[in-house]
Ligand binder design. Structure first.
Ligand code: HEC
Length: 127
């Protein structure tokens, strides 16, 4: 009897400790990115701006608001408008501008940003 009581107590303590730490271990799920595997611009980066939940290409389309983020032109636009910074990848404007004060209506998700950042760190190749 005494033994089973202490098991129940242990269970309750364990449950409470778990409940306390729960808030801290819940994080936004990030797509697993392996920095040693090349991210492919054509299939992994270019489609982000068309499929993003904020529909970047509804404004940033060919003949519309610069930068042109359509699949066919996004690589040139990012380079011409200097929106990527291969020296300091995290400071790239394509990462910092969406979601900023003047562009709060459209942002990139954490996993999209992480993918783009890794691609820039790998040299922003047109692959
Ligand atoms: C409702 C229309 C609209 C949508 C949707 C939109 N943008 Fe924009 N974006 C603009 C306008 C207008 C500007 C230029 C004005 C400004 O600087 O705020 C701009 C500017 C930018 C710039 C700065 C370009 C430069 O040369 O400085 C970037 C980068 C950008 N947008 C990225 C994005 C991304 C990425 C998305 C999707 C997550 C997005 N935008 C969605 C309208 C939009």
């Amino acid at each position: 009897m005494k033994k089973s009581k202490s098991y129940i107590l242990l269970f309750v303590i364990g449950f409470l400790l778990n409940a306390c730490t729960y808030d801290f271990i819940v994080k936004e799920e990030l797509a697993p990115v392996d920095p040693t595997v090349d991210i492919l611009f054509a299939t992994q980066i270019a489609p982000i701006f068309t499929s993003n939940q904020y529909q970047c290409t509804s404004c940033h389309k060919t003949g519309g608001q610069a930068p042109d983020l359509t699949v066919a032109n996004v690589y040139n636009s990012l380079n011409t408008l200097k929106l990527i910074d291969t020296t300091t990848p995290a400071s790239s404007k394509i990462l910092s501008f969406p979601g900023s004060a003047s562009h709060s209506w459209a942002k990139l998700s954490a996993s999209e940003s992480q993918l783009i950042l890794t691609w820039i760190q790998q040299g922003a190749k047109n692959n």
